[in-house]
Design a protein around this ligand. Structure first.
Ligand SMILES: [Fe+2]
Length: 475
């Protein structure tokens, strides 16, 4: 650690001497794998043994406060049993929850039987074991519930986006598994099945089997991307998000949302708001109305960390998808500043980028105010669309790097956010880097709500802490 601290201080000193306070574009671009999907017959997509064995198992948070999970799985030959057996001791399942089953068709594809089962009334901070399926085909997994809602509850989230099903996707998953993340905040674009002829649903199934190694054991908080829209009127498929909505449930009713596409969930010390870039969000629409109300419900005394997920980034200096998030920025940015959102995570752009705290809420088409400015009340915007899908990396950034962009790099990876207490969080972005676990962007975030409260109470201390944050934010 000593040499790292030395390097950091040297870099800070050089920046100060040169009067430089600007972002960095990493020249690192590397991947050892081609951007092609793993063949269907690969072992990574292996179908579990046994007649009608449950496959594609995944869990997500099932309520507002983290005392429930939704367990989902697919059976192929017949619906089979619908129950989840669970308990606190391995192989002793003294409790049972009853689920539902559904299926769908998409052009000439017919899905398996998709099961969803709400398991609620769980205790906090507890490991549960669960079993699904029957007889020799039954399968067993486990998950851990989060700590109770508390402003100082420590918790570690992973952030993954645009994953797909290439060997780069697998590499991202394998690296994430070593990161100690307890829950994934997923920023959209899941299987990329829509890249296949007739949006072949077989690739939804293979993706579900690929990610089961993580999704069966910890919740993934889902948000939808453009690859989930699957609007194909030429095939007679005019119901948007059809496979996604059948396969991936969200606890939207618990946050009084009218749609599974946008919702919120509280977990440990975080209040997570999920938005839909591809559902109506302008003034008076249901998503706009819901968000306006939900932001008023956020209680930073209980959940200090306010995190927003969306697919299309509001701030992006990559040539890929440039300005696509501008319409949502125009609709919501002023609220993010007003409510002091800590972090906004997005995907869509297949590269990594982190902003400084900036806003452009004074933008006006008549006044000439058109540049983002430093704003201590603004969120940090982070794009993590670098999961590894078949479309490859977005390696062309706008040049020069705009002032608001702190760090950007076009390589595959994932992020880790460690909430330590009500005031501090440690954040890393980890590039896959040929099999090694390499944190390439490291920042200490100060909570946007409690930092300012601390400022009022401890002015002297505040100066020191804020200075540290400014220094750290340069990396
Ligand atoms: Fe996308």
């Amino acid at each position: 650690m000593g040499w790292r601290l030395g390097l950091l201080l040297l870099h800070v000193l050089l920046c100060l001497v040169n009067g430089v306070y600007s972002g960095r574009t990493s020249s690192y671009v590397r991947t050892e794998f081609p951007s092609t999907d793993i063949p269907l017959e690969s072992e990574w997509f292996a179908i579990p043994n046994g007649y009608n064995a449950p496959q594609q198992v995944h869990i997500t948070q099932g309520d507002y406060d983290g005392k429930a999970v939704i367990v989902s799985w697919v059976t192929v030959a017949e619906p089979g049993p619908n129950e989840v057996f669970y308990g606190k001791n391995g192989h002793q399942y003294d409790q049972k929850a009853q689920g539902t089953v559904t299926n769908y068709t998409f052009y000439d594809y017919k899905s398996g039987y998709i099961h969803h089962c709400l398991v609620n009334g769980l205790e906090y901070d507890t490991k549960y074991y669960y079993k699904i399926g029957s007889g020799d085909s039954a399968r067993e997994f486990w998950f851990e519930t989060p700590p109770a809602i508390d402003p100082d509850a420590s918790y570690t989230f992973g952030i993954i986006g645009d994953l797909g099903q290439t060997f780069n996707s697998l590499s991202t998953l394998q690296h994430y598994e070593k990161s100690g993340g307890k829950t994934v905040l997923y920023v959209g674009d899941l299987s990329y099945a829509d890249r296949y002829q007739h949006n072949d649903g077989v690739r939804w199934d293979s993706w579900g089997r690929l990610v089961e190694r993580s999704t069966a054991y910890q919740p993934w908080i889902w948000s939808a991307g453009n690859h989930e829209i699957e609007y194909r009127p030429d095939l007679g498929e005019i119901s948007t998000f059809k496979p996604y909505l059948h396969r991936y449930k969200t606890p939207y009713l618990a946050s009084k949302s009218s749609s599974p596409m946008w919702y919120s969930a509280r977990r440990a010390s975080a209040h997570i708001i999920v938005l839909s870039s591809y559902s109506p969000f302008v003034k008076y629409t249901p998503q706009w109305t819901w968000l306006k109300t939900e932001l008023k419900h956020v209680d930073r005394e209980k959940t200090p960390w306010l995190i927003v997920l969306m697919h299309s980034p509001m701030y992006n200096s990559n040539e890929g998808h440039y300005m696509e998030g501008e319409s949502m920025r125009a609709a919501f940015e002023k609220w993010f500043v007003k409510y002091k959102v800590d972090l906004v995570f997005a995907g869509h752009v297949h590269a990594y980028e982190r902003s400084y705290r900036i806003s452009n809420i004074n933008y006006s088409i008549t006044s000439g105010n058109r540049y983002p400015v430093p704003d201590k009340s603004a969120p940090v915007y982070i794009t993590v669309g670098d999961g590894g899908n078949q479309e490859g990396l977005a390696s062309r950034f706008n040049d020069p790097q705009p002032d608001y962009s702190a760090f950007r790099e076009a390589s595959y990876g994932h992020s880790i956010l460690q909430l330590r207490n009500r005031t501090h969080a440690i954040y890393h972005w980890n590039r896959n880097d040929d099999g090694k676990h390499v944190p390439a962007d490291n920042v200490v975030f100060h909570n946007q709500y409690w930092a300012s409260n601390t400022r009022r109470r401890l002015k002297k201390n505040h100066v020191r802490l804020e200075h540290l944050e400014d220094l750290m934010s340069m990396f």
